[in-house]
Design a protein around this ligand. Structure first.
Ligand code: GDP
Ligand code: IMO
Ligand code: MG
Length: 427
């Protein structure tokens, strides 16, 4: 029995896709357990680039079965577009299994997502506009549409009508937008039913049986700890539970079956969308990190906000997720700096904080306090052993390890599958 969780430790885009894909060669099942197509995971295999939003990243490994768990919200159009896109490139992506309990993102969720953001104006969240938040809101509000509803037409029509009754009132009266026709939505969803039927499965049973049989199941987190609806920078978060505990509720596998939790941490920090970011660099240093790291969103193309590594951010993720290992990504991007700052504490109105302040107000007022490490100029992309890294790069990694309090077991030195320094086996 081996259950392994991969999560993002910052604000997303840490390189979870690459790490998942890399482990995927030795994994039997890979499971997405939260989020939807708000995620954007880029994977580079033999120089070929793949951008996935909904399918688990290890889909590129032919022996691994991809699973979309009950905790995911599914845009069926995107699901089939992604599958067809991969099939056209020779990847057998149609072997995916999908939970009968997963919720569906309908066209009205997308409309509500966009009009709400516009309505919020300056207070907007900066969502990806994919309808993810409204789909989760309907789930919790007990008016969601699930994958299994597509196979009972009268239930589907009832649910869509009930949900739209409320939403159309909102669209017409508050947002001044045209009403959405329930029949049109139902028919659009029903178009996908036949293609979806063979993919629908009792995924908790499949996964627990696989674990009983000694198979390796990898849970691929989307988003990240600091976008979690409970632990993130609320309200500037996503509407699901990307933390490690979410792997259990989002897949139907109990906590005692998880043996390892691997946190993916970028060697610096980025964030997309609105919300506090104490170490954000709004100057040419931030711009250089953005250009060097190609920090533009995979999903929306938005420029990512950049800053140096924030140890408080990753340290909190280590604690709440009981991380067993860290996989540090994009160390290669830091090549060429004379000094590399690390955020080791915050100043909040004259008081030094070494952990994230408890309240939103204090976090908004936090100013970074830096420690400075020596940089390196050598190209590190060919390094495969820790000892092949320049001494100063080794010292940087060791210092991060100390600050996070979790061992760093792998280091990314380039986007390619093989561009990795493995310090110890992650499986
Ligand atoms: P995810 O959302 O966590 O899967 O991350 P994204 O795919 O959105 O963003 C990470 C980006 O960094 C992708 O373009 C990856 O190809 C790239 N990447 C991942 N690891 C490394 C690395 O170690 N070095 C470099 N240079 N790029 C990396
Ligand atoms: P991956 O899996 C980075 C951010 C959005 C916004 C907030 C809420 O690629 O790391 P949502 O559309 O989820 O309601 O938006 O969350 N966000 C992400 N930022 N990477 C992601 O996914 C993200 N998914 C959502 O930018 O700030
Ligand atoms: Mg991403």
């Amino acid at each position: 029995m081996t259950g392994i969780v991969i999560i993002g430790t910052q604000w997303g885009d840490e390189g979870k896709g690459k790490a998942t894909d890399q482990l995927g060669e030795r994994v039997d099942y890979v499971v997405r357990y939260s989020g939807g197509n708000n995620a954007g995971h880029t994977i580079v295999v033999d120089g070929e680039k793949y951008a996935l939003h909904l399918l688990p990243s290890a889909v590129l490994n032919k022996n691994c079965i991809p699973v979309i768990g009950n905790g995911v919200v599914v845009d069926l159009g995107v699901l089939f577009q992604e599958i067809d896109g991969l099939l056209a490139r020779g990847v057998a992506a149609d072997r995916v299994l999908i939970s009968s309990n997963a919720h569906i993102i309908t066209p009205y969720h997308q409309v509500i997502d966009r009009v709400t953001e516009r309505f919020l104006g300056k207070r907007k969240i900066g969502t990806t506009g994919r309808g993810v938040g409204p789909a989760y809101a309907d789930k919790v509000n007990r008016m969601g549409v699930r994958v299994q509803d597509l196979f009972d037409e009268s239930i589907l029509r009832q649910k869509v009508s009930a949900s739209l009754e409320q939403k159309n009132a909102l669209l017409l009266k508050v947002y001044n937008r045209p009403a959405i026709l329930a029949d049109e939505v139902s028919e659009e969803l029903l178009k996908y039913a036949e293609r979806l039927r063979p993919m629908m499965a009792d995924t908790p049973k499949v996964l627990n049986d696989a674990l009983d049989a000694g198979k390796v199941v990898l849970f691929e987190g989307a988003q990240a700890h600091h976008l979690d609806v409970d632990f993130g920078t609320y309200p500037y978060v996503t509407s699901s539970s990307p933390i490690a505990a979410g792997a259990c509720t989002g897949s139907g596998v109990g906590p005692t079956r998880i043996e390892r939790v691997i946190g993916i941490a970028k060697a610096y920090t980025t964030r997309v969308g609105e919300g506090p970011f104490p170490g954000e660099l709004l100057d040419e240093v931030g711009e250089k990190l953005r250009q060097d790291g190609a920090e533009f969103g995979t999903t929306t193309g938005r420029p990512r906000r950049c800053g140096w590594f924030d140890a408080l951010v990753v340290n909190q993720a280590a604690r709440v997720n009981a991380l067993t290992d860290i996989f540090l990504t994009k160390l290669d991007i830091l090549t060429g700096w004379e000094k590399i700052p690390i955020v080791v504490a915050y100043d909040v109105n004259g008081v030094r904080h070494e952990t994230i302040p408890m309240t939103q107000t204090d976090f908004h007022h936090a100013k970074p306090i830096y420690e400075y490490m020596d940089g390196w100029t050598e190209d590190i992309s060919k390094a495969r052993e820790f000892s092949e890294l320049p001494k100063t790069a080794q010292a940087y990694v060791k210092r991060l390890e100390e600050l996070i309090g979790v061992r760093i077991s792998g280091i990314g030195v380039g986007p390619g599958r093989e561009e990795t320094v493995m310090i110890r086996d992650l499986l």
